[in-house]
Design a protein around this ligand. Structure first.
Ligand SMILES: NC(=O)c1ccc[n+]([C@@H]2O[C@H](COP(=O)([O-])OP(=O)(O)OC[C@H]3O[C@@H](n4cnc5c(N)ncnc54)[C@H](O)[C@@H]3O)[C@@H](O)[C@H]2O)c1
Length: 429
């Protein structure tokens, strides 16, 4: 089948590449001409493990193409996927400008019956709204279906190829039959429901996972006072299948391009409807507190102030295996350190830090050893696998003081102590 993906970012490019890999012909469209040029010349604009190979396979097969011209791309395509961004606005609501513009463009380019899939994470009611925008532009028959995306950056290919479920939100039998064919290569439950339930499923899923992380961070704050160890508590509860072991890692809390904006969007939805959502509100508060608590503990080791102290931060990306820094907890942490007067240095294997974008200055080093030079404390903020092999004794020798804050409970405590550090872990006295 011929498919078009509108929006060639993390979701659009991965979805397009994987759908081409299972045999469809896919054209990825983007308004960003530079991104399309890069893709046409074989450069992958994002870092995502395994993506390059899948893209390359698709391009070589002749079934995976890129363009900025939506009208041409849509010729003969029965299915269009919308995968444009839906960032937060200042007040926490969702900026729907990209979806609106994509829907309008799709409506204008439509010449025959088309199934429009919304893969972007959008507020409840968007499917109907997108339908009305497209209807305004065309007299063709079409259906709009909500198919939320659940992939995780860093594992996106595996998640797309082996999903736990595919949610299909529509009342149209014709659209369901076409989508079952589109997704026939993916062996997982296809959960068919109404549009609004599908849209809410995505927000509920992300908010539930965010809540789980918030919960274990709350338990971590108790552990720090009681002399218990949060990792042991997490193991003790996680083996109960009713709870599950995933998303029970205490640390700096959640960040990234999805959880923060999606939890805020759900809060905004509740506020707008006058529906009280105390758990959602607490998750947001707990997340902010998790970063603050790490800094407070660090400050307490320096007699109440870190003014003028050099702090070296390992990791900038919001999680390992991605270059995405959107709402990264590492960056939120660095901002608090800067506000407290620290001199902040950072290193990340892939992700970049742009002072102008983030509104404060951080000095970027070439390696962990480089930023450790004369540092008073080192903080592990993103648990990149390559940090496992760090020579901690060497790092400690470069430093002006001896504090290691492991904000992801990543290092082996014995190794850290043997290297001579004063060592702080989250949820551990
Ligand atoms: N990133 C994730 O891990 C993830 C996971 C699940 C769901 N989602 C959701 O998927 C959506 C996309 O997220 P993303 O991270 O891929 O975003 P992104 O910012 O990486 O990519 C969006 C792309 O859309 C393009 N675009 C914007 N308007 C366009 C238009 N009118 N026509 C064509 N292209 C246009 C932009 O240039 C950009 O390349 C969001 O709603 C997000 O919440 C993201």
């Amino acid at each position: 089948m011929k498919l078009v993906v509108v929006g060639t970012g993390y979701v659009g490019l991965v979805s397009g590449a994987c759908l081409a890999d299972v045999g469809h012909t896919v054209i990825c469209v983007d308004v960003d001409a530079l991104k399309i040029e890069k893709l046409k010349s074989g450069v992958i604009p994002i870092f995502e493990p395994g993506l390059e190979e899948v893209v390359q396979r698709g391009v070589e097969s002749g079934r995976f193409l890129f363009t900025t011209n939506l009208k041409e791309a849509m010729e003969g395509a029965q299915v269009i996927l919308i995968a444009v961004g839906t960032p937060s606005t200042e007040d926490g609501s969702v900026n729907m400008a990209y979806v609106e513009s994509a829907a309008r463009d799709i409506g204008r380019a439509m010449t025959e019956y088309t199934v429009v899939i919304d893969k972007s994470t959008v507020p409840v009611g968007t499917t109907e709204w997108v339908h009305s925008i497209i209807r305004h532009e065309t007299s063709c028959d079409f259906d709009v279906v909500s198919v939320p995306e659940f992939l995780r950056e860093g594992h996106a290919i595996q998640d797309f190829m082996k999903p736990h479920r595919i949610v299909i939100g529509t009342h149209s039998t014709k659209a369901i039959n076409i989508l079952l064919e589109v997704f026939s290569a993916f062996q997982c439950p296809k959960v068919i429901m109404d549009e609004r339930s599908a849209e809410l499923t995505k927000y509920a899923a992300n908010s539930f996972l965010a809540m789980k992380i918030g919960f274990i961070n709350e338990i971590a704050s108790l552990c720090e006072r009681l002399g218990a160890d949060v990792d042991q508590v997490a193991k003790g509860i996680g083996l109960d299948p009713r709870i599950g072991a995933d998303f029970l890692r205490a640390g700096l809390g959640w960040g990234g391009s999805c959880f923060p904006k999606d939890v805020r969007a759900l809060k905004n939805l509740g506020d707008g409807l006058g529906v009280s959502l105390p758990i959602i509100n607490a998750s947001l508060d707990m997340n902010t507190m998790s970063r603050q608590r790490v800094v407070d503990r660090l400050v307490s080791l320096f007699d109440g102030t870190i003014e003028g102290k050099k702090i070296a931060v390992l990791g900038i990306a919001f999680k390992p295996n991605t270059d995405d820094t959107r709402e990264s907890a590492a960056i939120a942490l660095m901002q608090i350190l800067k506000e407290k007067g620290a001199d902040v240095y950072a290193y990340d294997p892939i992700a970049e830090f742009h002072s102008a974008y983030h509104g404060f200055d951080v000095k970027i080093g070439e390696s962990p050893y480089h930023i450790a030079q004369d540092a008073h404390a080192i903080i592990l903020a993103t648990e990149w696998h390559e940090f496992t092999d760090l020579d901690l004794t060497r790092i400690k020798q470069f430093m002006a003081d001896d504090v290691m804050v492991d904000a992801r409970n990543f290092f082996d405590p014995v190794r850290v102590k043997e290297a001579g550090f004063r060592y702080l872990r989250v949820g551990n006295k």
